[in-house]
Each structure stands twice: as C-alpha cells, then as structure tokens.
Design a protein around this ligand. Structure first.
Ligand SMILES: [Ca+2]
Length: 410
C-alpha cells in the first residue's frame, strides 16, 4: 500500500478543502448533480448520503471519522471501526469497510476458550464457531477492564444454546453459563438467544470477570455472547442491582430458557429485571405474551402442573404448601402492588407475588392485564431448586410491558 489510511484521509481532506475553496471562488458550489462528480470520484456515492442538504462546509467534517466507533459487519456482528492495519495488529477480523472515505474496516473481535478480552464489544464464542461444539469441559474467557472507570459489563446472548436443564427439577446439571468475579448472576442453561445480563464490574482495577461455559455430555452447542464494557458515567449504565435493564416505553421481558413449547423454567433463579421509568410515564401494565403454539397459553407457567389448566396464585402466604396451596411460596414473580387493570373502580387491595399458570393479579382462571404504579418499575424472579412432583413442565414467563402516561389515571 503506497499510503497509510491516515495519510490518505488527511490528503483527501486537503483536496476537499482545496476544491471547496476553488468552488467558492468561482461561485459554483451547489447541491445539484453536476457539482457532485469530483465528490463521487473521491468518496463514492456514500459521501452524498451523509448530508446532501447540509451546508457546504459541514459534509467535510461529518465524513472524516475521528477515532474508533461502533459499526456493523455484513455478517451481523458489531465491531469497531478502525484502520485495517490497527485491526490486524490487535488480532481483530476485518469485516468490511466502514467510516466512509476509505477510513477503515469494521473490526470484529472474537475470543474462545482460554482467551482474554481486551477490546470493547468482543464476542465470546464456542470453539468451532459458527459450527456447533460437542466437546466437554470448561471453556472460559477472562474480561480485562479497558479502563479503571468501567463499572459494568453487558452480556448480549446473540446466540445461546447449550444443553437444557434436567426434566424433573429443571437444574442446570449438564451445561452451565457461569459469570464469576462480578455481581452474582444466576446460573443458566438451555436456550436464551436474544436475552442479556448486566454484571457489576466493581470500581477501579478490581478482579477480572471470568465467563465460563461448563459442558458435559453430548449436545450441539452454539454460543456467541457480546461483551460490552460500560463506563461508570455512561447513560447506558443499568441501575444498581439490575441483572436485566430495559429502556423503552414498551417491550418484552422473559425468563431465561423461555420457550412456550419446549422451554423449562430454570431452578435456583434470584434476580431483578428493571425497566427505566421514561419521562412523563407514571405507571406500567403487563400482559402475558401471545402464545400461538398452545391451545391454553403457556406464556406464564411458574408453578403447578402446566399440562393441566392452572389458575393464578398470589401472595406469599404462610406456612407450608399444604396449609396455603394457593400461595407463591416456592417460585414466584414479584412486582410492586399489582392490580388487574379491568376493575373499575380498582380493587382496594393489591398483590406483590404472582405464580401459578395464569397471569393476573387476582386468583382465577382468566388471564388479565396487570398494572402497577410503584416505581422504579421492577420485577423480581425467584425459583427454588425443586419442581417435581408438584410442578411439572413449567415454562417460566414472557410478559409484554407498556408504560402508562401520567395523565392515564396514574
Ligand atoms: Ca421450583
């Protein structure tokens, strides 16, 4: 290569400034097509799509990138945009051009068993990825903080399919994903593609966080987990203690390994799901997700024998399961003071714990929209280590939420 990318960028910037100045002098700068020919020569048509109607001075600065930034490779992975020689020096994989103006490549970082993560947005993938992995043992990567001011990691389970929990008690005793060195995270297994987790990384140069996939027995495993490092002052930082964090007015929350056909609610879970209270929204409503696969919805099956219709159970109750069989003493989802939304006027009492096989805020066989105005908007999920013989084929939960405007009776 005759000229480095950096030099080339500087050279092109000089040429653009010169040509602009020339055009200004001759009074011929326009946004019409005939003055675009030299731009096309220098930058290709992409340059024009940046800001065709902006001031004639702006595009010069919008097209020249400054430093690394996020980008998407044609293969779907997220990478960092950087000069191609930097990508190779840092052991990245060039994934197509980015940044415009020949700036660089979308550099993808992958690590597998034994690797050390030293770049933001690195993927922890199974051996043989993108093919499946059938081996056994412990596959781990160590995450080093890019900076002492990193407070959290976000793990995006872009692809995640390891052996499922056992059919009787739903324990992850064949395969497990473990996160150690940070805040406690639940042990998960099975399929959780699309789910995420936040891990508290501590302050300063604390111990590294280790991600491990432990495997035993034969199974066609596939995983691709993106690890994003979050600065302490970042607006992307999740609230303290939230394993999962959602920042939209509406969205979907679900338990790990949820699947209304074949998922098994995982045992030994204990974590919070947080939904950021958006401005001018005062309440929140939840509905069980639509279930197109079963005659009777299994979108909310937390306790009981899901092969039969199971009503809603509410409250913590007291004593043993035998003395209060309709209470949620073993596995439950907890939300602050929930009521059914269709009651006008609202019922005076409200509930916090809900379980059973029908999503509602009151005992019964009818699924209902549930609402709460307790802030912050949080759900707490707890399961014990036992399912059989009372709890059979529970799938867990999938709920759609919608925040409610402050004018809507909240
Ligand atoms: Ca249980």
């Amino acid at each position: 290569m005759a000229m480095s990318n950096l030099k080339r960028t500087h050279w092109m910037r000089s040429v653009v400034v010169f040509l602009c100045a020339l055009s200004l002098v001759s009074g011929k700068v326009r946004t019409s097509s005939y003055s675009n020919s030299w731009r096309d020569l220098l930058f290709g048509s992409k340059w024009l799509s940046v800001a065709p109607r902006e001031s004639r001075f702006l595009p010069i600065f919008t097209v020249v990138p400054v430093g690394a930034s996020g980008c998407a490779a044609p293969s779907g992975e997220q990478g960092n945009c950087m000069p191609s020689k930097d990508c190779l020096l840092r052991s990245g994989i060039p994934g197509g051009p980015c940044g415009g103006g020949g700036y660089g490549v979308c550099c993808i970082f992958l690590q597998t068993c034994g690797g050390i993560i030293r770049e933001n947005s690195t993927y922890f993938v199974n051996p043989n990825h993108p093919d499946v992995y059938d081996g056994t043992g412990s596959c781990q990567v160590t995450v080093q903080k890019l900076h002492p001011d990193i407070c959290q990691l976000r793990l995006d389970l872009d692809m995640f399919s390891i052996a499922p929990p056992d059919p009787a008690n739903h324990l992850c005793n064949q395969d497990q994903l473990l996160v150690s060195g940070g805040s406690p995270t639940p042990t998960i297994c099975g399929s959780s593609t699309g789910d995420h987790m936040y891990v508290d990384a501590g302050l300063g140069q604390s111990n590294p966080i280790v991600l491990s996939v432990i495997t035993s027995g034969t199974f066609p495993r596939l995983w691709r987990v993106r690890v994003t490092q979050i600065h302490c002052g970042s607006i992307s930082r999740a609230d303290q203690g939230c394993l999962q964090y959602y920042t939209a007015i509406s969205g979907r929350v679900r338990s790990f390994n949820f699947n209304s056909v074949s998922g098994r609610q995982l045992s030994n879970q204990d974590y919070s799901i947080c939904i950021r209270n958006e401005r001018n929204f005062c309440g929140i409503q939840y509905n069980a997700c639509a279930d197109m696969e079963n005659n009777r919805s299994r979108s909310f099956t937390i306790s009981g024998n899901s092969n039969n219709p199971v009503g809603t159970m509410v409250g913590g109750g007291g004593g043993s399961f035998a003395s209060s069989p309709n209470a949620c003493t073993n596995d439950w989802l907890m939300m602050g003071c929930i009521r059914s939304a269709d009651r006008i006027p609202p019922l005076p009492g409200c509930e916090d714990r809900v379980c059973g096989g029908t999503f509602s805020a009151e005992a019964g066989m009818l699924a209902k929209t549930v609402q709460s105005s307790v802030r912050p908007f949080r759900l707490y999920f707890h399961t014990d280590g036992v399912e059989a013989p009372n709890d059979i084929d529970n799938r867990g939960f999938c709920l759609d939420y919608v925040q409610q405007p402050c004018t809507n009776g909240f």
